[in-house]
Design a protein around this ligand. Structure first.
Ligand code: GBH
Length: 484
């Protein structure tokens, strides 16, 4: 390398690549480059948000409180006592937000409907004013050529529902609400997602207390809460299908993603097994229609109580599986056994303290988890279609003197995760679309406004939106249907 010039070296690389049958990208500027990391035709590029995180207007249009209103107004529960009272004021500024989507060239928008706007008391009489708002949002999207993907439950449970997810009736109330919305909107909306991230609104809400309603219940009760959440999803699927037969129905889940420490057969199998077993209370149960033995054995007397027909509902066939992907867990194959002597065969490696992460410590940067999320789920359960319903990161965004936000770290994160999604698509896994989290900086739950996930910067004093570098970058990726 020492005595050959860079140019000669470049030629040598090009020549050997040509011999190997590889086409190198055109690097001459001003010409249409040969895309080497292009996504399949029809791939949906979008952004995601959720109601309580962006809407504000919590007392308007007949809305009544959700458990997140109660929780965020309880001292000590969120960073700085922040609440979603105003948030991005997207309830009023939705047209502006749809303009931002349009200017990205987005083909899809994943947003959620606030259950307490539709059924302010959780159940009973629907509130037509609430629904009208979402009809306007949907119509504005359609007028701009953007396909709506509606999440029916993104954690803002009506506070009036007694017992919250501890009550089995809440699952029935959800099915009623989901069916009602599907029937009302199915003339203009095709894609419905039941729930967002089971573990976040069950375990974090009822076991660790980090999320609403902030309880710390014993294992048996937590398992029952989890079961009711799955049941809500399952009955919800049935109810949507009954009310909107042409709808495509799925959910958004954040299974823990296992990456083999080395990509060989043994470790790859270990990652697959870990995926199935460690997600047993949630995605595994939904896609297999049962709780696997390892989970039931492990929980013993604390296992959930299941009524006749529950598992059938929970296992209802889906049109697509949505995956929220942020961070990896690394797994290696080993000869481990369980307490009862049966083979386990894998070990999960905790991240060393030097493992890089984004502004949120839990977002360790392991781009290959995007590929393995898709591959593990497809190898285990063969879903018809996969969407990445969330991927993105928090970053310490700074507004420069010139008024710009140069979030090169977020661009780095997105580029590398998308490179791995491209790998999954190129290998033939049925990846249909990608929703970047998030369109806007917003109310980041217990972290309040201290963590920014948007590709548009929001000044929460003025509600002014400013595209970050990452928005410019995403626009280019969308335009070229490729990793750029
Ligand atoms: C998703 O949740 C949500 O769907 C979305 O609403 C949210 O804004 C987005 O991701 C970004 O967070 O502090 O180590 O105990 C992600 C769910 C959030 C679950 C962080 C675990 C606490 C980790 N995760 N949470 S830790």
């Amino acid at each position: 390398m020492k005595d050959i010039s860079r140019r000669q070296f470049g030629k040598t690389v090009a020549a050997s690549a040509a011999l190997a049958g590889v086409t190198l990208p055109e690097s001459s500027f001003g010409q249409q480059p040969t895309e080497v990391r292009q996504f399949p035709q029809g791939f949906v590029w979008g952004c995601g948000t959720s109601a309580y995180q962006i809407e504000g207007a919590v007392n308007e249009g007949g809305r009544k409180p959700s458990i997140w209103d109660v929780f965020s107004h309880t001292p000590g529960k969120t960073h700085n006592g922040d609440t979603g009272d105003v948030a991005d004021d997207s309830y009023h500024l939705y047209k502006e937000d749809i303009r931002l989507l349009k200017s990205l060239g987005a083909g899809g928008y994943r947003f959620s409907i606030a259950w307490p706007r539709i059924f302010p008391h959780g159940t009973g009489q629907p509130n037509p004013t609430g629904l009208d708002h979402y009809k306007r949002v949907v119509d504005e999207l359609l007028a701009n050529g953007i396909t709506p993907y509606i999440t029916l439950f993104h954690w803002d449970l009506p506070a009036a529902l007694r017992g919250g997810w501890q009550a089995r009736d809440t699952a029935l109330a959800f099915a009623h609400y989901a069916g009602y919305v599907a029937r009302q909107l199915s003339d203009r909306v095709q894609h419905f997602l039941t729930t967002n991230e089971f573990s976040s609104f069950t375990d974090l809400g009822y076991r660790t207390g980090q999320c609403a309603p902030g309880l710390k219940l014993p294992a048996a009760q937590v398992n029952q809460v989890r079961h009711h959440a799955l049941l809500a999803h399952g009955l919800g699927v049935q109810s949507i299908r009954a009310n909107a037969p042409a709808a495509k129905v799925g959910l958004a889940e954040n299974p823990t993603v296992y990456v083999p420490v080395i990509e060989d057969r043994e470790n790859t199998e270990a990652a697959r097994r870990a995926t199935r077993e460690m997600n047993a209370p949630f995605l595994t149960a939904v896609l297999e229609g049962k709780y696997i033995d390892a989970y039931l054995k492990h929980e013993g007397a604390n296992a959930p109580r299941i009524a006749a027909g529950d598992m059938q509902a929970i296992g209802s066939a889906l049109d697509f599986v949505g995956l929220n992907v942020y961070a990896p867990y690394y797994v290696r194959a080993d000869g481990s056994v369980r307490a009862d002597g049966s083979p386990k065969g894998y070990a999960i490696e905790p991240p060393p303290s030097s493992f890089p992460h984004m502004a949120s410590p839990w977002i360790t940067v392991g781009p290959e988890c995007m590929y393995w999320a898709v591959r593990n789920v497809c190898d285990l359960w063969h879903p018809k279609a996969i969407y990445i319903t969330e991927n993105g990161c928090s970053a310490d965004d700074v507004v420069t003197a010139a008024g710009r936000i140069e979030d090169t770290d977020r661009v780095m994160y997105l580029r590398n995760y998308l490179t791995n999604l491209h790998r999954a698509a190129a290998e033939g896994f049925p990846v249909k679309g990608y929703f970047l989290w998030s369109l806007l900086d917003n109310f980041e739950w217990a972290d309040g406004y201290s963590k920014r996930f948007g590709i548009h910067y929001v000044d929460f004093k003025t509600e002014k939106r400013t595209p970050k570098l990452s928005a410019e970058w995403y626009r280019e990726a969308v335009a070229r249907n490729a990793v750029v």
